[in-house]
Design a protein around this ligand. Structure first.
Ligand SMILES: O=C(O)CCC(=O)C(=O)O
Ligand SMILES: [Fe+2]
Length: 262
């Protein structure tokens, strides 16, 4: 079943306070920061990522990543195990930053310049989450949603009232690799205590919903509302090429502050 569409604009907008609020309220399709990094920063970041501690998700598509994703812990591991793994994940991405630049810091600075409330890493009992997961793939990423109130209700981030994802693209594919965001905000019926699957969703969920496609242009950051089901198309690579990105979620906490995690 699709949910009612909410967008009043199916376009990319600039990073401003008003547009961040509209995106958090799921009223606009996307924000783009063109020229977030220079061509040489993109090259050094992509090279450092390919030399980094790349791991692979346990799904059939080959998606490489450096760092960790909190939602990998939701069914099989405890919060304590998650928080204990954060420092190593952070060290792995900082190794990449040391050979290039730190997109996470740059994004946080730009968010702080735009947003009137604090912007920082998400925290759980004072301990920071990990943010800034690096990904490299030319495979598809299946239809999924990222929405902490349903995915992670027992975590601090479960209290957010809006969830965005930012991604910086350091290297593009020769073709394909675009992202489609479907404006059918996820609102599943869940039994108490149930954490539903949120990856590989049925297409009935987005039937007839307005869609927005963005290109992962190298050098740019794109931000969208991840409560909308979204998917990434497969592509073809130039020799040695890949779709290299880094990103995290941005949640709006009850006090208006923005909390980042991956
Ligand atoms: O790489 C992208 O374009 C989007 C990745 C994604 O699924 C997300 O940021 O939630
Ligand atoms: Fe996602």
């Amino acid at each position: 079943m699709t949910s009612k569409p909410t967008w009043i604009s199916v376009q990319e907008h600039a990073l401003t306070e008003d547009n961040l609020r509209l995106l958090l309220d799921n009223k606009i399709a996307a924000i783009r920061i063109p020229g977030f990094a220079s061509p040489s920063e993109c090259r050094s970041f992509a090279a450092a990522a390919k030399n980094g501690n790349m791991q692979y998700y346990n799904v059939s598509d080959r998606i490489g990543y450096i760092g960790l994703a909190q939602y990998q812990y939701r069914w099989t591991k405890t919060k304590e195990e998650f928080l204990a793994d954060v420092p190593k994940a952070r060290a792995d991405v900082e190794e990449v930053f040391a050979h290039s630049f730190d997109p996470l810091q740059r994004v946080m600075e730009q968010l702080r310049a735009a947003w009137p409330h604090p912007v920082d890493l998400a925290r759980e009992g004072g301990k920071p989450y990990f943010a800034g997961i690096i990904r490299s793939t030319s495979d598809k990423i299946d239809l999924h949603v990222d929405w902490a109130p349903v995915n992670s209700p027992d975590y601090a981030i479960g209290a957010i009232d809006g969830q965005l994802g930012w991604n910086f693209f350091a290297e593009e594919l020769a073709s394909g690799g675009h992202t489609t965001v479907h404006n059918s905000p996820w609102d599943p019926v869940v039994a108490p205590g149930e954490i539903p699957k949120s990856y590989g969703l049925e297409r009935g969920l987005i039937e007839g919903a307005p869609g927005f496609v963005y290109r992962p242009t190298a050098g740019d950051v794109v931000i969208f509302n991840t409560r909308n089901p979204h998917e990434i198309a497969p592509g073809t690579t130039a020799p040695g090429g890949s779709r290299v990105s880094i990103g995290s979620f941005i949640g709006r906490m009850p006090d208006g502050s923005l909390a980042l995690w991956a």
